[in-house]
Design a protein around this ligand. Structure first.
Ligand SMILES: NC(=O)c1ccc[n+]([C@@H]2O[C@H](COP(=O)([O-])OP(=O)(O)OC[C@H]3O[C@@H](n4cnc5c(N)ncnc54)[C@H](OP(=O)(O)O)[C@@H]3O)[C@@H](O)[C@H]2O)c1
Length: 217
């Protein structure tokens, strides 16, 4: 990962799970970002993030509800102010939800809620932060695209692959899944950061797993 040097990062849904671990591991790097914006919908309740922020002055906790355009706009304005004229280099749309339903039990309400969070939210957030990402591109002398220059990363899931049809029986065969899934969040996020460090314009729009392998849509 030599040369992987991200000046500023924003991670949504950073109070727990993969988002929190991404923030933690970026802070632990030998060349941590100058600014990490960890967003969550309830900063007051984000105790682990607050503990981390008390030890790392480059970590800023920002309120952001991904389904609320007003909250998104306010977060973009706050981040712009804190960047003091600099751009944002890496936006990671990580916040997401899953509803454990079957084809029979799916409802229009669940569909709307999941789309609002996992699909429309990242779009509106990307639009709101685009001017800051463009500013980062102008500041950079690097040729070609990379996460060090400016990038939007959307956290997807292999369950979204139409070809692989992974997890069609989501919620079932639990013991089998547990027995086959010894990976920790720590290991997974190490893989994600390693993959981020290798991305270039060739991967624009690509569907890539945590190990950097191309997945079929
Ligand atoms: N875990 C996996 O094995 C796996 C596999 C493939 C893909 N992914 C993807 O990776 C991402 C993170 O997964 P995870 O396992 O870390 O999930 P998680 O532990 O359930 O955490 C989800 C995060 O998203 C936030 N969030 C949910 N709805 C939100 C909203 N409306 N506004 C703002 N924040 C919201 C949550 O905040 P609250 O605490 O406020 O709810 C939480 O911080 C997701 O996009 C998921 O689809 C995960």
């Amino acid at each position: 990962m030599a040369g992987f040097n991200v000046h500023s990062i924003l991670v949504t849904g950073a109070n727990r799970g993969i988002g929190f671990e991404l923030v933690k591991q970026f802070l632990e790097r030998s060349n941590p970002p100058e600014k990490i914006f960890a967003t969550c919908r309830n900063p007051d309740g984000a105790q682990e993030l607050k503990n981390l922020a008390s030890r790392h002055p480059n970590l800023v906790i920002v309120q952001l509800e991904v389904t609320d355009p007003v909250s998104i706009k306010a977060a973009a304005a706050r981040v712009e102010g804190l960047l003091k004229g600099s751009g944002l280099h890496l936006l990671i749309n990580n916040a997401g939800i899953v509803k454990k339903t079957t084809l029979e039990a799916e409802t229009p309400e669940y569909m709307s809620q999941v789309y609002a969070t996992n699909t429309t939210g990242p779009l509106v957030i990307s639009q709101a932060f685009l001017p800051l990402l463009k500013k980062a591109v102008q500041e950079s002398a690097q040729k070609g695209l990379s996460c060090s220059k400016a990038a939007i990363i959307n956290m997807s899931s292999e369950a979204g692959s139409i070809k692989n049809v992974l997890a069609w029986e989501f919620g079932q065969v639990v013991s089998y899944r547990c027995s086959k899934a010894p990976m920790t969040v720590d290991e997974g996020v190490r893989g994600i950061i390693n993959t981020l460090s290798k991305l270039s314009e060739k991967e624009t729009g690509a569907f890539i797993n945590w190990e950097g392998n191309l997945l079929p849509w």
